[in-house]
Design a protein around this ligand. Structure first.
Ligand code: DX5
Ligand code: ZN
Length: 217
């Protein structure tokens, strides 16, 4: 099980210190939420910030692009040091081409789907993917409640991955806490994004350990 703390809920005035807190306590990935104020109603960070994060940490940088026309910025995020770039199926009319573009630049490639998007959009690209991201909230903000229908979707995607013989990671993002983590893991996820559960707590490292413990039990 991989825990990917989302820096969306970190304190951006002391981002380096917040990243250090999770790096020393078992997280292997760092989830970076990029928002454009168009695809989602919020704005966050761009490639220069990712480049600075890259200099500060050895964590695997999991860059989640919630932006329209992602192909315009994918080269910049790849140069900034992203290890994996995830685009939303809803923003990519030429999804196969976008996935190929990411991989040709070096990073691994993922596709995210919103809560109301059927998993059928993954059918013809499933064997090209390194990761599928199931959004369990509507993207844009941290601290929202887990949408229950995500569990069945995760189970169905897990079956599709097995049927396709794919080793792609199955990641979930939104509303993850100890209780929802246990259920998404049981449903087949092996990468958990958690923002507010980790960074809004007084002991982020302790929260990561708690998540790791349920994955071991
Ligand atoms: C939401 C982002 C998430 C967010 C999750 O659009 O994609 O990564 O940080 O936050 P929590 O874990 O608080 O739901
Ligand atoms: Zn995210």
């Amino acid at each position: 099980m991989i825990i990917a703390p989302s820096i969306l809920s970190a304190n951006f005035t002391r981002l380096g210190a917040d990243i250090a807190k999770v790096e020393t306590t078992g997280a292997q990935w760092l989830h970076i939420d990029v928002m454009d104020g168009h695809f989602v109603p919020n704005l966050t960070i761009g490639p220069p910030v990712v480049a600075d994060i890259r200099k500060e940490t050895k964590l695997f940088l999991d860059v989640h692009l919630m932006i329209e026309h992602p192909e315009a910025l994918i080269p910049d995020f790849a140069s900034a040091g992203a290890d994996l770039i995830t685009v939303h199926a809803e923003t990519c009319p030429h999804l196969h081409r976008t996935i190929r573009m990411i991989k040709e630049l070096g990073p691994r490639a993922g596709v995210a789907i919103n809560p109301a998007t059927p998993e059928d959009v993954l059918e013809y690209v499933i064997n090209d993917l390194d990761l599928i991201l199931v959004m369990s909230v509507n993207p844009g903000f941290g601290g929202q409640s887990f949408i229950e229908g995500s569990l069945d979707k995760i189970r169905r995607i897990k079956s599709r991955l097995e049927a396709a013989g794919s080793q792609a990671w199955l990641e979930v993002d939104g509303g993850i806490n100890l209780e929802t983590a246990a259920r998404v893991m049981e449903a087949g996820c092996n990468v958990l994004v958690a923002g507010s559960y980790i960074f809004k707590a007084s002991d982020p490292g302790g929260q990561i350990k708690a998540l790791m413990n349920i994955s071991a039990s």
